[in-house]
Design a protein. Sequence first.
Lengths: 282, 272, 271
Amino acid sequence: MLKIQGLHKRYGAFAALTDVTLTIAPGELVSLIGPSGAGKSTLIRCVNRLVEPTSGKVLLKDTELTGLSRSALRLERRRIGMIFQDYALVNRLTVMENVLSGRLGYTSFFKSLVRRFPQADVDQAFALLERVGLEGLHDRRADALSGGQRQRVGIARALLQSPELLLVDEPTASLDPRTARQIMRLIAELCRERGLAAIINIHDVPLAQQFTDRIIGLAAGKLIFDGLPGDLDNSVLTKIYGGEDWSQPAASAEDADDFEDGDDSAADGTLDALTKTDGVSA
Amino acid sequence: MSEVTQPTNQTVRTWRRPPQIKDPRLRWALYIGSVAYLCLALASVEIDVARLVEGTVRAKSLFAGVLSPDFVTRWTDIRAGFAESLTMTVVSTVLGVLLSIPIGLGAARNLAWRPVYLVCRSILAVSRAFHELIVAVLFVAMFGFGPFAGLMTLVVSTVGFLGKLLAEEVESIEWNAVEAVTSTGASWLQRVVYAVVPQVLPRYLGLTLYRLDINFRDSAVIGLVGAGGIGATLNTAFDRYEFDAVAAILLMIIGIVLCAEYAASAIRKRVL
Amino acid sequence: MPIIEKDGEKIWRRRDPKTALIHWLTTLGIALVVVYCARQISAQTTWDFVWTSGLQAQDLANRMMPPKFSYASELWTPLIDTIHIATLGTLLGIMIAAPLAFLTARNTTPSRLFVRPIALFLLVTSRSVNSIIWALLLVVILGPGMLSGILAIALRSVGFVGKLLYESIEEIDTRTVEAITATGATGPQILTYGVIPQIAPTFTGISIYRWDINIREATVLGLVGAGGIGMELQASIDTLAWSQVSILFLLILSTVVLSEWVSARARSAVT
């Protein structure tokens, strides 16, 4: 399904990704964990080349995405849906326009300019809005929705592309714990219904263990763990995130969230240089 | 749900982008009104073809002048004009800043006592109401020709500009800082110095630099009515149809504005 | 914060000695420049005129004082012309400014090395030359009248609208653009879905703001022959008809205040 071979990404002297190789099977849900700045966002952006990899190959089925021309890449991007941390909706457009923007790659410029999408796309958009639980909200402006609702619009937009692969970047980081679980469950269910493969960047380790088939751990741009959720024990967590008393139970989802936040701020200080380079790439 | 109703249910659901203006009557009234206004306005523009043909000859000499600007022949006039403009710019900006601080603070609703607020607001409104050129005409009539009238004109418009923006800036500060300083028992002046000034200073410095730039550009205009500066030189050059000298002056203005802009952004980066 | 150790005590100062020195030298330098400039101006000034300026002002006020109200009825056409000049000039200006802004913004320009500097130069040129001077140039070519005024307003507005617009294009949310790119959209589609909705309110706001500035500018364009109410002003000043000038001032003042109010209302409605 998706093969990443020997992928490197450097920002000047800084190595964001070093020799990442992995394969994802059809229908497989993979979560990507690691401290802030480990290169998780860079890795999934290298797949659809929103970030240009320095070297290495990315293959989607039989197509090698890394050598494609700009226009060919554009056509291949339609096969890859993407969901973002801060939803990345166009705030001043309506929910429906945001969802339909998932079909831009299939629609001519003029038709998209005057908002005349094929009826089949509109039908599918309505069906998806219903499926993600936003029935009747299609004419609301995106900035009039709550965080959880916005992320649902983001999910509908990605799925309207009829993708074969989903790239999901921190889908729950801007949400409260309960909404976060609902959104993760929705993404997992939709992937299973459609047999979609997905790579999900996520900070929240318990959520990753609960909803995905396989976990990949990234630290300082290197792949250091690849296994089943059950194999993720304290020694592995220490390898990924650094020392911490992992045995202390995180009883509820809220606790887990606080605890993640604490870890975040610690990581931010040490990896300051990295967030700066990330900013440049964005 | 029976299987018969489902397909009809789906084909009915078309989607059109909702219009920006909800009320259709208002929407159409606006469309028709704008088109009608545009037609009326365009119809009122009189185009004198004979004059345009005549103008092509002058256009040629104007463009010829722009392509070969003459800095040399009128150099003494140009230099004196620019020196006068620059001195007017500097002095008027400094005086304007000094006057705009008390007036701007007085015009901030959250700091000033009500009567003071009203007085300061009216001073600002009056000093902003007239175009610089009109103020310059009046000041030339009062003070006589020369840079002093120009200086006064620029001071008036600087006070109006900086005072209003300072007042708006002060009105939008974080109020908790002022409360915190007040709670230590600070006087009004201490409150301003410790809680207000640090919050508005960076923006205010930026605006001052911007105003310096505007004052220089305006100094080129008010000279047209006799208020000194490069505008007077420019006017003379126009009257004598010396388009090569006109071009030289305009290029120098553009050059100075460009340098000022680079300098201002460099200063902003270092200081703010 | 600098702390100076002296006799075993720690003394706190706002700035360390070196920064303080630089600070004071800068202030001194600025003060010297200002004093020098002020003396230059003073040397060019006939102070006798300045001392008697109070009398002059009084004399002027006396001559303006009963305003010649009958004159007002002749002023409607020039006044409406002034508004037309401002509106048409603004429209033309924003039509030129919008494409230029996209060519100038770092994130939408087709070429940073070649196109951007040219577009930036055009914007700076437009902005450095005051609309009165543009009018002066245009009156030479096109002759006196509204057409020169409209074009002068347009040429000046390009730089203003273009600069503010390209800055707001550079500040858009890049995540949204990324999201639209990830769907496989083409360049023009990214522009219409990802960029334009984000800047549309700013663009409308800037245009209305410029229109209100242009009303003010259009009232004086006539002083150099570019149409509108300023032509009447010029004629009245030339014939020393100060009682007409006071009417003109009143009319200009109310137009400017009214347009400022309309502009503030319209801007708060769109954003």
